[in-house]
Ligand binder design. Structure first.
Ligand code: C5P
Length: 243
């Protein structure tokens, strides 16, 4: 398998125990480029598993979606950088100063301590939000308008990219002009596979063709009878999207 393809697949370790996470990492290391650790596994297992995976040569996307006052988020960002993660994220709705100070703090600690600088990406609108939900929290815009607004703000505030559903990838690419602005895309399923609770999915090939830099896949791999085989099918599909 082409290593460019493998590097673009992130496996979401949304599992209940540290033991299960380790089993998956052991069987998939070398086959995929990165593992995503979100609030479930982080709350269960703590930072130790993050640094353990990162120091064993696999990338880690720390998906904790920080959203707090600028000082708190920029300090958490320094801690994430020291854990050796490759990517972490913040909520763009935390605002310009929160994102700017976070980007600056990460660059500074990476330079001073000789660490690899992680990419910092922003969540715009959660895919679980619709216009009704946004209106309930005081946002009168349609989700797509809000995705455009927050993508531009993220770019202007020094973010390296955004998380976007497959159906938002084209919206972000047509809004943000910086080349190299990363788009990380969950909500990906092989044709005919179970959707779980994802509503508007694309196949890996479609997501790559739409312009995603990385795709995130969880349950289709972590709940599969044979996670290695299922990963192979997804990588083949991604290759066809690149071809
Ligand atoms: O199991 P599945 O492939 O649906 O997992 C997708 C992963 O991406 C989960 O960790 C989920 O929290 C995350 N995610 C998502 N939609 C977003 C942002 C993150 O599915 N908009």
């Amino acid at each position: 398998m082409n290593s460019v393809t493998k590097d673009r697949l992130i496996v979401a370790l949304d599992v209940a125990t540290e033991r299960r996470a380790r089993e998956l990492v052991n069987s998939l290391r070398g086959i995929v480029g990165m593992f995503k650790i979100g609030s479930q596994l982080f709350t269960e297992a703590g930072p130790q598993i993050v640094s353990e995976i990162a120091s064993s040569g696999n990338g880690v996307f720390l998906d904790l979606k920080f959203h707090d006052i600028p000082n708190t988020v920029s300090c958490a960002a320094v801690a994430a950088t020291r854990l050796g993660v490759s990517i972490f994220n913040v909520h763009a709705s935390g605002g310009r100063e929160m994102m700017r100070r976070t980007a600056d703090a990460v660059s500074e600690v990476a330079t001073i301590e000789g660490l690899k600088r992680p990419s910092v990406i922003a969540v715009t609108v959660l895919t679980s939000s619709d216009a009704t939900m946004l209106s309930e929290v005081g946002i009168g815009s349609e989700p797509e308008t809000q995705v455009r607004r927050l993508s531009l703000l993220a770019e202007a505030s020094g973010m390296d990219g955004v998380v976007a559903s497959p159906h938002e990838v084209a919206v972000v690419r047509s809004t943000v002009m910086s080349s190299g602005f990363l788009i990380v895309t969950p909500g990906v399923r092989l044709a005919g596979a179970a959707l779980d609770d994802q509503k508007r999915v694309m196949t890996p090939a479609q997501a790559i063709r739409a312009g995603a830099d990385y795709i995130v896949v969880g349950r289709p791999i972590t709940s599969a009878k044979d996670p290695v085989e299922s990963t192979g099918q997804i990588l083949e599909e991604m290759e066809s999207g690149l071809g």
